[in-house]
Design a protein around this ligand. Sequence first.
Ligand code: C2E
Ligand code: CA
Ligand code: CA
Ligand code: CA
Length: 278
Amino acid sequence: ASAGAGGGLGLLIALLVLFGGRERGPMADMHRALRNGEFIPHYQPIIDLDTGRILGCEVLVRWRKPDGRLIPPGAFIGEAERTGFIFPMTLAVMRQAAAELGPTYSARPELKCGFNLCAAHFRDQTIVTDVAAIFSHSDVALSQVLLEVTERDPLPDMDAARKIIARFQEMGVRVALDDVGTGHGGMSYLLKLRVDVMKIDKLFIDALGSERQSTAIVDSLIDLAAHLNMEVVAEGVETFDQVEALRRRGVRAAQGYVFAPPLPGSSFCQLVQAMEPV
Ligand code: C2E
Ligand code: CA
Ligand code: CA
Ligand code: CA
């Protein structure tokens, strides 16, 4: 009997050490930070290249540490995806963005806002229910929401992903393929997933006009988008030469430092409010 009690005690201690250790790990840090409201959205304007008007924004998460430092997503998204922390974090970012953009967006129904999802979100329909719940109780309409799926990481299940995308589109949510040109999908994601928007990666925009092969790839992506009835957004536009090269090719929408970096919510909303209503 005493040996059994000792074994139980040993197990208890082992569990305490194990979970005690977890409590101090990066995962526990992130959960604590989430409860503290440290994961905040920033908003990068997306610009209409014909008119110079703001078409909407892409929502990009930052980790604002208690000392005020802003940690970029590259430093924690990988870990968040490995641990599953990405799921509660994504919903928290969406709720904050919906609350922050609501007053501005409800007055301007033509504005859009894009959110980044990861490959694991396209495994089951949970994300569909979550997005519906967040935006049906918000001043940002489902028709203003764009969801970005990156082709950088392989999708775990193409059939599931197609069904999820179709359900989003039935609710009026639009879907973009992100980082096009860099990914595992090659052309197949573009052809198989019936998305509404193609986001051409910065890698190709950088070389636009200066490097023949990249320019040829951009031209064929734009051509493909037109055939597939997709809108094009150019990412990472840094120079006026790139803006001109895109305009010549009939690309209407772009984001990049040449216009604005990702901004805090108050700054982004001020920019929108300074713009004449349509
Ligand atoms: P992304 O989706 O390709 O986002 C565009 C990235 O390019 C952003 O970096 C943005 O700040 C940066 N960028 C925009 N314009 C320019 C430019 O002109 N020049 C340069 N050099 N960079 C530009 P950021 O905010 O550091 O985000 C990096 C990546 O982290 C994003 O790439 C996205 O994949 C991921 N990410 C960001 N927020 C979230 C999120 O809420 N959820 C998920 N799952 N991923 C996120
Ligand atoms: Ca994106
Ligand atoms: Ca991108
Ligand atoms: Ca990119």
